[in-house]
Design a protein around this ligand. Structure first.
Ligand SMILES: Nc1ncnc2c1ncn2[C@@H]1O[C@H](COP(=O)(O)OP(=O)(O)OP(=O)(O)O)[C@@H](O)[C@H]1O
Ligand SMILES: [Mg+2]
Length: 349
């Protein structure tokens, strides 16, 4: 029997929700929608702010007619610690747990008592094979989420009357919606353009190998335009959306103001690619996918293609999702903004 699966992406700029019908056949879109986040929204720790956020989520769920109470929610990449451990030999379950705790102490910059550690074994070394052979490594994806962060999400959801079916990182969600677990898809760098942050992830053979998050995002772009032109933020936002990185517009003035911030993002993309390729030289990055609300900026794909020298594409999380015609136009307008929400809704139980 088909059941409904709901993905909820609580961004600092907007909240996105997607409901999919999941049965034997390919997933089918039931409903989707977004609403502007109240300020300061999820960044805040005060009950009053979180109540305002909960009200917005309630409004959104009513508007899109979703009455499912269990939802899959994303934790922001900037708040969690993700690491691939790819050099372990064959280990028993208990040895593996000890090894993960040992490595976790190194890469998590806070006491382990303050985080929840989850891991996923991506590959298991064969007990009888020699450790030196490449195919026999044990590979584990470790995600540590600060308990304070997850508690805040659970609190907001309970204010709405929802319960989390699962909490997972934004990167895990976008990987599912944009690449899936196709082992033959080309090695990909996903750049997720949010409002507060831009997140990077390298994906190969359907697995996440490296993640990074920086605090230059769509908001920095808008702020910069507001300062330079002495605009209100809303007007700066309009300019960003209309002119973006189109050099031929307004004598390239908007382009020139946005460029230094985009160059920070391009620079980070290059460093991520370099770091990944230094570790996995046999498997270079072949394409870049631009995702998140900020990926809709005019001229962005060309700018990244020119600066990275790689094939650059817009994200399309709806590609494998069945949908009615009347929803199709709604989807086309802001496909990339839903990458996280679609990925969450695609999560298997
Ligand atoms: N057409 C457009 N051109 C340029 N930027 C855009 C466009 N549409 C949306 N944006 C920008 O995208 C950002 C919002 O994207 P998104 O909804 O992915 O963010 P968010 O999930 O709310 O933020 P975060 O993940 O950082 O908390 C805003 O900065 C917004 O200005
Ligand atoms: Mg986001």
């Amino acid at each position: 029997m088909a059941k409904t699966s709901v993905g909820l992406d609580i961004g600092t700029h907007s909240i996105k929700v997607v409901a999919l019908s999941r049965g034997d056949k390919s997933p089918k879109l039931i409903s989707l929608g977004s609403i502007v986040s109240p300020m300061p929204g999820i960044i805040s720790d005060t009950t009053a702010d979180l109540e305002a956020l909960a009200d917005s989520i309630k409004k959104l769920m009513t508007a899109v007619k979703i009455d499912e109470k269990e939802v899959v929610v994303a934790l922001p990449e900037s708040k969690v610690f993700t690491r691939i451990i790819d050099d372990l030999p064959y280990l028993t379950d208990s040895e593996l747990t000890s090894a993960i705790v040992y490595v976790s102490e190194e890469f998590i910059p806070m006491p382990l008592t303050e985080v929840n550690i989850n891991w996923q074994v991506l590959a298991r070394a064969d007990k009888n094979n020699s450790v030196s052979s490449k195919s026999t490594k044990t590979i584990v994806l470790v995600v540590a989420s600060p308990k304070k962060v997850t508690a805040k999400y659970v609190k907001v959801l309970s204010m709405v009357g929802l319960t989390p079916k699962a909490l997972e990182t934004e990167t895990i969600a976008v990987t599912r919606s944009l690449v899936g677990n196709n082992p033959f898809s080309p090695s990909t760098l996903i750049i997720q353009f949010g409002s507060q942050t831009t997140d990077f992830a390298t994906i190969s053979k359907g697995l996440i190998w490296l993640t990074r998050s920086i605090s230059s995002g769509g908001l920095s772009l808008t702020r910069s335009l507001a300062q330079h032109f002495n605009f209100e933020m809303s007007q700066a936002e309009e300019y960003k959306k209309v002119y973006g990185m189109r050099r031929d517009q307004l004598e390239g003035k908007v382009y020139e103001i946005l460029k230094p911030i985009l160059d920070i993002i391009v620079g980070e993309a290059k460093r991520v690619i370099q770091a990944y390729e230094a570790k996995y030289p046999a498997d270079p990055i072949k394409r870049v996918v631009l995702s998140g609300g900020g990926a809709k900026m005019p001229g962005l794909v060309i700018y990244f293609a020119e600066n990275l020298g790689l094939e650059v594409q817009d994200a399309d999380p709806w590609y494998f999702i069945e949908k009615d015609k009347d929803l199709a136009s709604k989807l086309a307008n802001d496909a990339s903004a839903y990458s996280v929400a679609v990925g969450l809704a695609l999560r298997e139980d």
